[in-house]
Design a protein. Sequence first.
Length: 197
Amino acid sequence: MTAGGRAPVRERLLDAAQATIEGSGWSSVTMSGVATAAGVSRQTVYNEFGTKHGLAEHLALRELQRFLAVVRARMEGERDLRDGIRAACEGALLLGEESLLVRTIVGLAPADRDHDFLMILTTESGEIVAAAVMVIQQTVAELYPPTGLGPEQFAVVVEAVVRLVLSALTRPSKPPVEAAADIGWIVGLMLDGATAG
C-alpha cells in the first residue's frame, strides 16, 4: 500500500482484471474495462502492460508468487530433499486446483480454455520457469545438505521438476498427490544416480 492507503496502480489494475475474470472469465476482460474498474485512464493500462497479453503475463507472474510461497513452506516442513520436492510439488498442484488462473487455463472443454494463459505457461514459460528455478535452488541451498550434483546439474534437475509441475497443472492426468509422488520418485532416481556416480 502507498502512504495514502491505496495500492499501487499496477496492483489495482491486476486486482480489477482478476475480479473481472472471477465474474465473467478472461474473454470479458478489456483494457478499458480494467481501467474503469481501477479508476484510471485506458492509456494507463496500456502504459503498464502494453497489450491484453501483457496483462495476462503480469497476472501469471503475480500468481507465481503465491505458488512459490507454498513451495517454500512445504519444503521447510521436510528434512529430506526428496520429501521436500514431493511435498512442494503436491502443494503447488493442490493450489492449482484452487487457482482461478489455472482453472481459466485448463477449462473443462477445449473451447473454454484461455489460450493467452496457456501460451504463457507452455510455449512462453521461460520467465516463469527461470523465476521458479531460482527460488527453489535458493530454498534447497538453505534447507538441505549438498546433493552430490554440481550447480549446473542441479539446475537441470530443478528445471525438469518445474516443467513437470507446469505440465501437470495445465494438462492434469492424475490427482495432485499421485502426480507429486511420481515427480518425487523421478527426483529420487536422479539423486541416487548422482550419489552412485
